[in-house]
Design a protein around this ligand. Structure first.
Ligand code: ASP
Length: 583
């Protein structure tokens, strides 16, 4: 038996028990006649004591050789600690060691295995198994497991069935490139790894499974933006005989369940906001609604004076920054520099200080009088003491810029509190999105999403105006899930493919199997998928997903620990009938 207790278990009530513990040496303090060693495992840390009066000499000798991260087993008596440590649950006791066995020695780790480590990101990723021994990473992985369990509990209660779908498949269009796998047995042919199980879950509905879910890996070969992983995990769900409302209700329930179970946090408001409203009010389709600073459009009150910049703009829009009137000239200049950075891209920023005495002082006093500025304050909801920041330009750009400024200021002002949760649904998304470069429309969600009833005809005349039965779940300014009611009629699906620029032959080769299935009694259905990695990170009060993934890839999509991707040897290549043509 390696252990009678784990390293987090022993308390004052265990005093005088003889126990056996196994774990890793966190650190040892050798005072000559006494050695204290912190023994760590997944459950905690227990202090061991070896002393020359009470421990055999040969055990002391061995204890003196213990290095950091040695794996040891000890047997001894639980005794009361002289100086108690109130910071850890085992802090009242220590184990007076009688027997010690070194189960495995350890090389000196390349960084310290403590909460605040001296190891940089790269070295920690290379030795991820050591990083996982550290509390922050360990706790994150345990937390992830809890979230997944709670997801399963809730969905099982709602009679969802977990079904596994294949990984070696054909392309599914979620808008990224596929990762492909060559087939040895079918020369010259390739599988694609799923960007999502989308078509399979729809086929499960045709198969009558009714309520499906799966916690599943998905693969998307995208240029990696910060905090994206080429392989990631979805909570993928689909239901038959449902309307949008049914889906929103079930997954609102899941979100509340998770917040209650993991944070004892009760959600009272679960707003639904149209895409158009979100864009107008927050400049963003995933608004953080934990704080105000809503957009105030100023076209009617700021145009047609003598200020050319505003007159020629498609949109003039501002936000009120709480207590910003006290910013110094220098601070405001810094803010202007911030919005002018290439990542944000504004050409400039106009500001208005709303003084405590009810007067206004702006950077455009030449063009606007006090009455004008009062109207601006009314439109942006600015109060005495606030600062109004105003941007102008083409609608889409300006909204994105002001949204970036809103989030930045909220961050600086501490308004994005990690222990506060404000979920909402964003609904009524456009069905199609114009690709500015090619001039073509593509599906904003994916090609299986149904248009709103009665809007199919609009596809011919005003495709950009068609709204979809599509919805996103947003939490604290992050999109954590999205889905739609699907097309379940072969003809409509064919029309949709046509509008997306597929020839009938292309549609048939790529999705013939789905359209075939629709001819055999496909029920009305819909679903959604949550991104588990991000959901867990946000529920864990953080925004980076990496610590919640046991073995993540770096920004170039590499696993630096196992050194993948890697070249194949010639034998393997020829078995796969692949000839490389790399100079
Ligand atoms: N397959 C979609 C996605 O991965 C989710 C859905 O429509 O259910 O985003």
């Amino acid at each position: 038996m390696y252990r009678s207790h784990n390293c987090g278990a022993l308390r004052a009530t265990d005093i005088n028990k003889t126990v056996t513990l196994s774990g890793w040496v966190q650190k040892s303090r050798d005072k000559g006649f006494i050695i204290w060693t912190d023994l760590r495992d997944r459950y905690g840390v227990t202090q061991l004591i070896f002393d020359t009066e009470r421990t055999e000499a040969k055990v002391i000798e061995l204890a003196k050789t213990l290095g950091r991260e040695f794996v040891i087993q000890v047997t001894g008596k639980v005794i009361e600690r002289e100086s108690k440590n109130t910071k850890i649950p085992t802090g009242e006791i220590e184990v007076l060691v009688a027997q010690l066995e070194v189960l495995n020695e350890a090389k000196l780790p390349p960084f310290t295995i403590e909460d605040d480590t001296d190891g940089g990101e790269d070295i920690r990723m290379k030795y991820r198994y050591l990083d996982i021994r550290r509390n922050p990473v360990k706790e994150s992985l345990i937390f992830r497991s809890k979230v997944a369990n709670e997801v399963r509990n809730y969905l099982a209660d709602q009679e969802f069935i977990e079904v596994e779908t294949p990984y070696l498949i054909k392309s599914t269009p979620e808008g990224a490139r596929d990762f492909v796998v060559p087939s040895r047995m079918n020369e010259g042919e390739f599988y694609a790894l799923p960007q999502s199980p989308q078509t399979f879950k729809q086929l499960l509905m045709v198969g009558g499974m009714d309520k499906y879910f799966q916690i599943v890996k998905c693969f998307r070969d995208e240029d990696l933006r910060a905090d994206r992983q080429p392989e990631f995990t979805q909570i993928d769900c689909e239901m038959a005989f449902v309307e949008q409302e049914d889906i929103l209700n079930i997954f609102e329930g899941l979100t509340k369940h998770l917040l209650k179970k993991l944070h004892n946090f009760e959600i009272e408001n679960f707003p639904r906001m149209t895409f158009d409203h979100a864009m107008k009010t927050y400049g963003n389709d995933k608004p953080d609604i934990r704080f105000g600073m809503e957009f105030g459009e100023l076209n009617t009150v700021a145009q047609h004076k003598d200020f050319k910049v505003f007159n020629s703009a498609e949109l003039v829009v501002g936000i009120a920054v709480p207590n910003g009137a006290s910013y110094t000239r220098k601070e405001i200049d810094k803010l202007i520099d911030w919005v002018k950075r290439p990542q944000v891209g504004a050409l400039g920023m106009v500001y208005v200080k709303c003084n405590e005495d009810g007067t206004f002082k702006s950077s455009v006093d030449k063009f606007y009088d006090q009455e004008d500025l009062k109207n601006w304050a009314a439109a942006t909801g600015a109060k005495a003491g606030d600062l109004i920041c105003v941007l102008s330009g083409s609608t889409n750009k300006v909204r994105a810029q002001l949204s970036a400024l809103r989030m930045e200021l909220a961050e600086r002002l501490g308004l994005r509190k990690p222990n506060e949760f404000a979920p909402l649904w964003v609904i009524d998304f456009p069905l199609l999105e114009l690709d500015e470069e090619t001039g073509h429309y593509h599906a904003m969600h994916h090609p299986f999403t149904s248009p709103k009833p009665g809007q199919l005809e609009l596809l011919d005349t005003d495709p950009g105006a068609v709204k979809a039965n599509a919805y996103d779940l947003v939490l604290n300014g992050n999109e954590i899930g999205g889905g739609s009611i699907r097309i379940h009629d072969k003809e409509i699906q064919a029309t949709m493919f046509k509008h997306l620029g597929f020839t009938p032959e292309e549609a048939e080769t790529q999705f013939g199997f789905l359209m075939d299935a629709f001819q055999y009694g496909a029920p009305p259905h819909g679903g959604l998928a949550f991104g588990l990695d991000r959901l867990v990170a946000i529920l864990g009060g953080q925004e980076t997903i990496r610590d919640f993934i046991a073995f993540p890839k770096n920004n170039s999509g590499r696993d630096v620990m196992i050194d993948a991707p890697a070249a194949l040897d010639n034998e393997q290549l020829s078995e796969l009938n692949i000839k490389l043509d790399i100079q």
